[in-house]
Structures are given as structure tokens and as C-alpha cells.
Design a protein around this ligand. Structure first.
Ligand SMILES: Nc1nc2c(c(=O)[nH]1)N(C=O)[C@@H](CNc1ccc(C(=O)N[C@@H](CCC(=O)O)C(=O)O)cc1)CN2
Length: 463
């Protein structure tokens, strides 16, 4: 049997699974056929090979006569482990020196240092979970907000995979009938009911498109929303940023043009991360350093997911602001929120003029007035295009998955067009096969070595 296993699975891998550096405890993990025997070579305590799985053992790690550390060893026996192989975890003291010594001992005895993500890759190759679930493990580790955590956890536990498998299963049935028709060749039989197929394809297409739409929000949940704060010098951009961040991060001064470079910081508002970028004020300038800043601002606005355009309502009219926005964001490609600042200093008439504008929030950044409305407006801009409209319980956060879903949707469209125009079975079957392949790529039912390598090398070592 062993000869048929891919060679990578016949060796025993080892890695530090906790972050390097000084700490209370460090965990060195081994997985593979020799994990237990190798540990027995260096562990003085009970003989691990005689112990059942899911047990803990206290003892020392020794290099010959020399005691390296006092440790606790956890024993997992295949297939009841994370990787589905024999796994030993050595919990030693959190010292880089001790860890290096233990890794050295074990590699000298034949263990191989694990590559990034290799434990999880083995779990995948042994069928512990599918590719989308494995990718969610990395997302879970990286999650830094309540929402990104929730979405990653749901995906890791197989929520998304189940939905995809159900979609795929419905298509497979029809694909099989079409293939059967092809087998009968000349005889011109139709096993697959064309009307039923159209209905099914349309239904599946709705679900695929819903998942695709959820990616807009998914991407925001995972990567945050890059929100550029722009406006004329002294509109109060840095004060606004400080108010949003609740701290003195940007330098604030009364001299126009203080912020010459870009300042970035992140705030999580109800589980969604906003990455605020403060920019140099926009004005015609002869100062060389400052004009570089202005150019950078324009570029940055083009890359923003959201533009917060800040204006001092005591100094500017709505018409002027409109013209400034027009210049900055000509086709209104970047979703924009207009923020009128200095509410506390403005006249009734000035306030009224700005209140009438759409997508506008009035604030006094210095005192914090209107900040709650601003946060609500920010959330509404993001959620408006996401969760509420998708109605999906599953949210796609992974670009690779979104691409595969796009390919699925395109192939399904091709089948639908084919059915409408009476295309022959052969082409229908080919397009349907393509849709199935694209769906299968997400969960890894269909995968290549290159794909697996590119996915798992993005993991940390020891995961
Ligand atoms: N010490 C330790 N903690 C860890 C992990 C680990 O590998 N080691 N994990 C790694 O990421 C995560 C937990 N994931 C795990 C998933 C499955 C199994 C496991 O042994 N499953 C067996 C036995 C189940 C049982 O006894 O009920 C199985 O499914 O058969 C272990 C950890 C987080 N914490």
C-alpha cells in the first residue's frame, strides 16, 4: 500500500506550531508514520508506542545523557488526529534555544522540517476536510474582527462546502443524463428533459450569483474597507481621523498643509474594519513637497473603496463642493460620502444648505458631534451593497472562490443559451462539464499540485 501513497506522506514532519520567541510554552508538533517512534528516541517517560491515543505524558527530552527540558507530550493516533496521521505534540518551555535543540534532535533522527501549511495540507490530502475548509483555517488565524472570525469559522466547519456540494450534486444528475445521450450516439434519444434542465440551471444560477454578490461584502469583511479622507487643507481631516480613531494619531495643527504624507489606521465598526487614510489637503500649491502629497492623494482616491470628502461648511458652498468632488472623482466611480465639518460654527443657513444634499453627514470633528451618524452612514454604505441585498447566509470571502464562481456562472450561461438555441447535446454536455469543474475547484474535488502548493504555502509554518 505504502508504495501508492504520494512520497510526501511517507515521511514524518516536524515544526514549531507556536510563534517563535520567549513564551510560557512552545509546542513542537510531529506528524507521520514515525512520529511516535521518533519521539520515543528522545523522550524519557512512558514508552509512547505502548500508550493509547488522546493521552498526555510528562517526562524529559534528552540529547543522550543531557536533559534539554521538562515537557508534556500529547499523543494522537491515526486517524484520530488533526492530520489523520500519528501526531505527537511536545509542549516544552517557550525558549527559542530549547525549541531549536528539540527540532535539531528530531531532524537528526529523520524527521523533516515541515513546509508552511503542511500539517493542514496533510489533513486535506487525507480527506479530513476539503480545500475551502482548509483555506478557512488560514482565514480563521488571520481573522481580526467579530465578522471575519464568524465567516471563517463557518467556512472551516463546512457551511460553504455543503452549499456547494448540494449545487454540484443537482447538476451532476443532469450531466449524467446528457452523457448517457451521447453514449447512444445516432439514436437521437433525449433522456434529459430539456424544460426541467432549464428550470434547474436557472435555479442554480440564482444561487451562484447570490454567492458571487456576497463576495463584495466578503472581501470587505476579510480585508477591510480602504476609506480615503480627502478635502481642502484645514477642512479638519486629521481631526476627523483622530475622532474616528479615538486617539491622537495624526498631527493636527492650525497651519494649512500639515499632513503631507498619508497616514493610515484601522478601526473596527460593528465588526467591519475600516482602514482610514488621511491625505494631504487638495489645493493648488507651489511647495514641492506638498504638491507631491497632493498628487499622491489623487492616486489614493482612485484606489479607495470609499471616499470621505470632508468640507468646512462655514467656508464652502454646496456648489463648490460639488465641483471639487467632480474634479476628484469624475465618473463617481468611487462611492462617496460627503462630510460637512464645523457644524458647531456654522450658521443656520449654511447648515440647511448642506442638509439638503444626498449622502451627506454633518459633524463637528473637534467636539465629536455627529460622529455616531457618520459611523452609521459608513456601515450603511458597506452593508447596503452587501449582506442585506444578497440575502445569502454564506458569504464568499476568498478571491479564488469568487473566480471559480464566475467561471461556473459563465459556463451555466453557455448551457442555457445552448438550450435556448437548440445546440447539440455534445456542446451542452461540454459546457455543463465545465461548470462542474469550476465548482469542484472551490472544494478541491478538482485540483492540481500547483494550486495546492500556492494555497498551502500562504499558511504559517507549523499549521
Ligand atoms: N494541541 C492542539 N490544539 C489545537 C490543534 C492541534 O492540532 N493541537 N488544532 C489544529 O489546528 C486546532 C483544533 N483542531 C483539531 C481538529 C481535530 C483534532 C483531532 O484529533 N481529531 C480527531 C479526534 C476527535 C475526537 O477525539 O473526538 C478526529 O477527528 O478523529 C485535533 C485538533 C486548534 N487547537
Amino acid at each position: 500500500m505504502a508504495a501508492f501513497l504520494p512520497p510526501v506522506l511517507s515521511d514524518t514532519i516536524v515544526a514549531l506550531s507556536t510563534p517563535p520567541g520567549a513564551g510560557a510554552i512552545a509546542l513542537v508538533r510531529l506528524s507521520g508514520p514515525n512520529a511516535i517512534a521518533l519521539t520515543d528516541d528522545v523522550f524519557s517517560g512512558k514508552r509512547l508506542r505502548d500508550q493509547p491515543g488522546n493521552t498526555l505524558h510528562y517526562g524529559t527530552i534528552r540529547d543522550g545523557e543531557r536533559i534539554l527540558d521538562e515537557v508534556v507530550v500529547s499523543l494522537f493516533r491515526a486517524p484520530h488526529s488533526y492530520t489523520r496521521e500519528d501526531v505527537v505534540e511536545i509542549s516544552c518551555h517557550g525558549s527559542d534555544y530549547i525549541v531549536q535543540q528539540i527540532l535539531g534532535l528530531l531532524t537528526r533522527r529523520g524527521a523533516r522540517l515541515a513546509e508552511a501549511g503542511e500539517f493542514t495540507k496533510r489533513a486535506f490530502l487525507h480527506g479530513a476536510f476539503d480545500l475551502a475548509q482548509a483555506e478557512a483555517v488560514a482565514d480563521l488565524i488571520a481573522a481580526n474582527s467579530a465578522l471575519s472570525h464568524q465567516v471563517a469559522l463557518q467556512q472551516m466547519r463546512g457551511g460553504f462546502s455543503q452549499e456547494l456540494r448540494a449545487l454540484r450534486a443537482r447538476l451532476v444528475q443532469f450531466a449524467a443524463l446528457l452523457e448517457l445521450e451521447l453514449d447512444f450516439g445516432e439514436e437521437d434519444v433525449e433522456f434529459a428533459d430539456r424544460t426541467g434542465l432549464v428550470a434547474l440551471l436557472q435555479e442554480v444560477q440564482v444561487l451562484v450569483r447570490r454567492l458571487l454578490r456576497s463576495f463584495e461584502l466578503g472581501n470587505v469583511i476579510k480585508n477591510g474597507v480602504t476609506t480615503v479622507i480627502a478635502g481642502k487643507p484645514n477642512a479638519g481631516k486629521s481631526t476627523l481621523l483622530n475622532a474616528l480613531l479615538n486617539e491622537e494619531r495624526a498631527i493636527v495643527s492650525a497651519v494649512a498643509g500639515t499632513t503631507r504624507d498619508l497616514i493610515e489606521d484601522e478601526v473596527s465598526i460593528e465588526g467591519i474594519r475600516f482602514r482610514f487614510v488621511d491625505t494631504a489637503g487638495l489645493r493648488e500649491t507651489t511647495d514641492v513637497v506638498e504638491s507631491i502629497g497632493v498628487e499622491r492623494t489623487r492616486k489614493r482616491v482612485q484606489q479607495a473603496a470609499l471616499l470621505l470628502y470632508l468640507t468646512d461648511i462655514t467656508l464652502n458652498t454646496p456648489a463648490e463642493v460639488k465641483a471639487e468632488l467632480e474634479a476628484l472623482n469624475p465618473d463617481q466611480q468611487i462611492p462617496t460620502l460627503l462630510v460637512g465639518n464645523k457644524l458647531d460654527l456654522a450658521s443656520e443657513a449654511q447648515i440647511e444648505a448642506f442638509r439638503r444634499l444626498p449622502d451627506t453627514v454633518l459633524i463637528a470633528a473637534a467636539s465629536g458631534a455627529g460622529m455616531e451618524e457618520l459611523q452609521e452612514a459608513l456601515l450603511a454604505r458597506v452593508r447596503g451593497e452587501g449582506l442585506d441585498q444578497t440575502g445569502a447566509t454564506t458569504i464568499v470571502t476568498n478571491l479564488r472562490h469568487a473566480r471559480s464562481l464566475e467561471a461556473t456562472a459563465a459556463a451555466l450561461d453557455a448551457v442555457l443559451i445552448g438550450l435556448n438555441t437548440g445546440t447539440g447535446t455534445e456542446l451542452l454536455a461540454a459546457d455543463l462539464r465545465q461548470a462542474l469543474a469550476a465548482l469542484g475547484e472551490i472544494t478541491g474535488e478538482i485540483s492540481s499540485d500547483d494550486l495546492l502548493t500556492s494555497i498551502f504555502t500562504q499558511f504559517c509554518i507549523g499549521k
